[in-house]
Design a protein around this ligand. Sequence first.
Ligand SMILES: *[C@@H]1O[C@H](CO)[C@@H](O)[C@H](O)[C@H]1NC(C)=O
Ligand SMILES: *[C@@H]1O[C@H](CO)[C@@H](O)[C@H](O)[C@H]1NC(C)=O
Ligand SMILES: *[C@@H]1O[C@H](CO)[C@@H](O)[C@H](O)[C@H]1NC(C)=O
Ligand SMILES: *[C@@H]1O[C@H](CO)[C@@H](O)[C@H](O)[C@H]1NC(C)=O
Length: 284
Amino acid sequence: MQLKNRREAVTATVLVAVSVLATLARTDGALCDKSDKAALLAVKSALGNPLALSGWNSTVACCSWEGISCNATTGRVTDLTVFALNISAPVPAAIANLTALQSVNLAYNQLYGSIPAFLGPRALPDLTFLRLDGNRLSGAIPPTATVFNLLLVGNRLTGPIPAAFAGAAFGDVELSDNQLTGDASALFGAEKPLNALSLSRNRFRFDLGRVELPEAMDILEIDHNMVYGSIPAAAAERKWLAFDVSYNQLCGPIPQGRYTHRFGAKHFAGNKCLCGRPLPPCAY
Ligand SMILES: *[C@@H]1O[C@H](CO)[C@@H](O)[C@H](O)[C@H]1NC(C)=O
Ligand SMILES: *[C@@H]1O[C@H](CO)[C@@H](O)[C@H](O)[C@H]1NC(C)=O
Ligand SMILES: *[C@@H]1O[C@H](CO)[C@@H](O)[C@H](O)[C@H]1NC(C)=O
Ligand SMILES: *[C@@H]1O[C@H](CO)[C@@H](O)[C@H](O)[C@H]1NC(C)=O
């Protein structure tokens, strides 16, 4: 900025000072948004003020609390991690007030009740990562949970995949070890960015022969469901990192590709009539 005279320089200095003061008024110490701090204390209280969160107190700025990260410019909380602390409580409603969250990880506690509808991009527009695996959450997956990386493994979730998921963009969907039912084929689609899909050990029932494998998909784990039809021919072309279709109702020849051969027979076992390497040859 070119300043023409001393008066402009003084004015500019005052403006900068005013904006710094305005920022400090909104934040706590090392740039920590005051209403986010209040929301975090409400989260802590809703979790029963566990000893493990005793460091969430006013002697330290909230952006430095264990499990918390902030945007350094705004002081807004972007990451909330309360991981493996054996905390028994519902998902705290006060999380809905942390509207700049990008990542929420509450995995491996004993959280119970249902997944609240605010855990999705409608209420938390920047949320792209949600981990709630290893809890005791029950009820249906809310249609608002269209989070790019959605990890809900090992809960007590029931009901179908929400219809709204068909039009959403996911990168990673992990729903294994629940009691989910119905048709999961809407998650597939050639144009979808999905690269990992884990549905193992649920009660999904759909025709795998009719899905289009997403271009980027390299993890497909659908073992121990009631999936029928055949394995799509396009599976032969993929560089699979993980592939397990065992214990379903699948039938027909296994598509033969370099990467499907990396997996042993147990990844195909327990189906109705799959055949060909690594299983015994087809009868025809
Ligand atoms: C507050 O947090 C600090 C550092 O995390 C810790 O040393 C202190 O014991 C805490 N204070 C209380 C009252 O829990
Ligand atoms: C922090 O927030 C500002 C203002 O919203 C944004 O422009 C910037 O990209 C954010 N920084 C990061 C690292 O996300
Ligand atoms: C977890 O919490 C439950 C009570 O909610 C308690 O019975 C159990 O011993 C705790 N487990 C660990 C590993 O701390
Ligand atoms: C969210 O913040 C508002 C304003 O501070 C407050 O009135 C409300 O109770 C908070 N919501 C929750 C669920 O804590």
